[in-house]
Design a protein around this ligand. Sequence first.
Ligand code: SF4
Ligand code: SF4
Length: 60
Amino acid sequence: MKDGYIAVMNCKGCGMCRGVCENNALIFEGERVVRIDYDKCTLCMKCVEACKNGALIYVD
Ligand code: SF4
Ligand code: SF4
């Protein structure tokens, strides 16, 4: 399994990552992702691939 975590930086609220996390680990405030629930995140990388704004970053 991957090590590390997903960082959230400057989410634009575009909505492209809505629904991609099967583990409900993306925490939204309104339209924007504000943080990741690290207890739920499995580092599957789907949200990182979905975000074309570079707001979700894998940090190892
Ligand atoms: S890496 Fe996967 S499990 Fe973690 S927040 Fe993104 S979509 Fe959800
Ligand atoms: S795809 Fe990226 S910019 Fe758009 S809402 Fe999700 S984290 Fe924010």
